[in-house]
Design a protein around this ligand. Structure first.
Ligand code: GDP
Ligand code: MG
Length: 451
């Protein structure tokens, strides 16, 4: 996960709140100090950190149990909301308007920030969504730039317009002008420099006037940390950026600095680059990002997937059973079915509030997925009465079921054990602070939630 270290520190801090007896000044002061430490370590600007933590302190002192939350939940919610605000609050997406043919997206940025790589990622991203995409290579300065974009286009399986001998980007653009109308999206790669120089601004302005792209996206490398602020502001002033793509978020601990710096620069962050491969691009959504960072789970994403997998009534039924503490094998089966439709178990776990803390090793997830397959077969050999009341399954029944399913008695016992554990967990959640009830309520309401 991106910014794993920052996430871990923030999660540890929030678990401390959850585990404390009550919220008092001392706890708030401690929380604030730890958030400061975590953010500074992620290279977030000191002034921004202080602004943020002052706001958290102020709100924690002022706001009285709003929204029917407990004091602890409210404190966690304040941290969540302020971090989201810190990263730009709203999600801004780059939607292709087919009125423009093509919808032109120009990428700008310094040398080595990841522009060319990102043209390929965007090409794949929009192709997958059904748009006809082409690339245009206008980096006339860097040797081998044209070969690189040729490669990238091949990987993305889209055509690219380029001219290996021409040194004037305007001429290259005009050379293919008749062709662009055949495409929905034209992604334009441009030249960078070591710094935003007069030369670069002049070139960008010329190209910008000629192409008049719908989007001008600044590509900025996350590994420069808070230095991103100056860069983003300069580009914004000279070139009126419509959005920012922060790359290399996979390999850097300073990404938090880059993200928060960009968020105050005047242009919204629209995508994150999270690796060198063509699929390593994520849409940026402050709420989901902070939610995952804090281990609250990306409820919005989970909700989307749940919608595909289980109907609203199913979810409510399951929720009610959870709350009543009734949880038989049929419920476990339904839940497993729904889960398997949602995607790989590891991913799903990461999105469920409260579960993201339990980091399962890869092998454990694989084993669990194997188990799920076998258990479904086992359940196929059980009677309705056994499924509804697994307690009645004695030794002789275990043997009969094993025979019927063609599997080991050990597998049957594992399943029964798993059911017992799940049931216990359901009881625990129910008996505890009502977290499950909260979660279900929030899932239904579609609110970005708490852990
Ligand atoms: P340009 O000069 O702006 O066109 O930058 P390039 O696209 O050539 O990228 C420069 C280097 O950064 C290349 O080695 C890329 O593989 C690498 N790169 C780009 N985006 C990412 C990213 O999101 N993660 C990682 N780890 N590397 C990236
Ligand atoms: Mg390049």
């Amino acid at each position: 996960m991106v910014l794993e270290k920052l996430g871990d520190s923030l999660k540890a801090t929030l678990s401390k709140i959850a585990g404390s007896l009550f919220v008092d000044q001392k706890l708030i002061a401690e929380l604030v100090k730890e958030i400061q430490k975590a953010l500074l370590q992620a290279d977030v600007n000191v002034k921004l950190v202080l602004e943020l933590t002052n706001k958290i302190k102020e709100r924690a002192a002022k706001e009285e149990n709003a929204k029917g939350l407990t004091k602890k939940e409210q404190l966690i919610n304040i941290v969540y909301e302020e971090l989201v605000a810190f990263l730009g609050r709203e999600k801004r997406t780059v939607e292709i308007d087919v009125k423009h043919k093509p919808y032109s997206i120009m990428l700008l940025g310094l040398f080595g920030s990841g522009k060319t790589t990102t043209t390929g990622k965007l090409a794949k991203y929009y192709s997958k969504r059904g748009f006809k995409v082409a690339l245009l290579g206008l980096d006339v300065h860097r040797p081998a730039a044209m070969e690189q974009i040729e490669q990238v286009a091949k990987q993305a399986n889209v055509p690219v317009f380029l001219n290996k001998t021409e040194k004037d980007p305007i001429k290259i653009y005009n050379q293919f002008k008749e062709e662009y109308r055949k495409y929905d999206v034209l992604i334009v790669d441009t030249a960078g420099r070591d710094a935003l120089s007069e030369d670069l601004i002049e070139e960008i302005e010329k190209v910008n006037t000629e192409i008049a792209p719908q989007e001008r996206l600044l590509v900025i490398s996350g590994d420069i940390g808070q230095a991103a602020q100056k860069q983003a502001e300069q580009f914004h002033q000279s070139c009126k950026m419509t959005g920012i793509i922060v790359t290399k978020m996979d390999g850097t601990a300073r990404g938090g600095g880059a993200l928060t710096a960009c968020a105050v620069s005047g242009s919204p962050i629209v995508f994150l680059g999270v690796g060198e491969k063509i699929d390593d691009l994520e849409q940026f959504n402050p709420q989901g990002f902070v939610g995952r960072l804090l281990g609250m789970g990306d409820l919005e994403a989970l909700l989307e997937k749940t919608k595909e997998a289980i109907s609203q009534e199913d979810a409510e039924d399951l929720g009610k059973k959870f709350l009543k503490g009734e949880f038989n094998l049929l419920d476990l089966y339904e839940q497993m079915e729904a889960m398997s439709k949602m995607g790989p178990l590891g991913k799903v776990m990461e999105m469920i509030p409260g579960f993201s803390q339990f980091k399962l090793p890869k092998e454990a997830i694989q084993v669990q997925e194997e188990n799920l397959k076998k258990w479904k077969i086992v359940m196929g050999s059980m009677t309705k009465a056994e499924l509804e009341d697994p307690e009645i399954v004695d030794q002789s029944r275990v043997e009969r079921i094993a025979k019927g399913s063609g599997l080991d008695t050990g597998v049957v016992r594992d399943l029964l054990k798993q059911h017992k554990q799940s049931k216990k967990m359901v009881k625990m959640l129910k008996g505890g602070k009502g977290d499950m009830a909260q979660m279900m309520k929030k899932l239904k309401g579609g609110m970005p939630g708490l852990g």
